[in-house]
Ligand binder design. Sequence first.
Ligand code: GLU
Ligand code: ZN
Length: 279
Amino acid sequence: MRSAYTGRLAPSPTGLLHLGHVATFLTAAQRAHLQNGTLLFRNDDLDHERCRPEFTNAAKEDLSWLGINWHSEPYIQSRRISLYRDAFSQLRAAGWLYPCTCSRRVIAAALNAPHPIDEEPVYNGHCRPTSPTVFPEQNLRVNWRFRIPQAELLSFDDGCQGLQQAVAGEMFGDFLVWRKDGFPSYQLASALDDMLLNITEIVRGADLITSTFRQLLLWRSLGHSPPAFYHCTLLADDSGRRLAKTHHSLAIKTLRDRGFSPEEVRALALNAPRIPLTH
Ligand code: GLU
Ligand code: ZN
């Protein structure tokens, strides 16, 4: 019988998987397996400029080669836009969202999960209404932000990192929910999928902890209680910096081509040096 545990693998097909991904995905697979649970595959392909189908295929191939398996067909975010639209409407009608006409510079990255280099800056509040307001939907040619509860202390108990706390407005501000080009932000798409797919535990990199606080607000505003979280400590490269997709030499594909076995790659990922959490 299927246990209640449901986890997910959620790669973004913007490059080849590297050891850092493997460490996280191995953990996700192990935790699902231990609970006799279900593991889903979600293709985070909303960034039409950076995502490529060949990277989705490469990710599936690398994961299968490593012995990481998932249940059912992948969920493809680019085919789920109408679901995100409905959630957007619900949040808007409840007064959580407001249109923002500020510069385009900050908007560019909103389709991707923010990792340290592209973390969404704290918004200066220029377009923020003084109180919750229901704005008409007609103005879809602008970006929409979530009006966070300023100064509220948010917390969650992380399965790997322990108690995590953040004050709304300090580590993150009013974040983007919908882009004027018709796409939901990563925050909305990820949180909504996790709700709709009944994910019980989210396993992902510790660099997404700030996003988790944003998503906790989305869960609450959409009337759901949040799942459990397990944020994996990030891997360091030789110089102690965070591994990035651009470290091509550590791509799983490269290691495979060099003759490494799945066991060896798994061991490399599990034994690699880690970057301690700094906040
Ligand atoms: N696709 C995201 C990334 O690669 C991860 C999203 C998530 O786990 O919520 O960073
Ligand atoms: Zn604005």
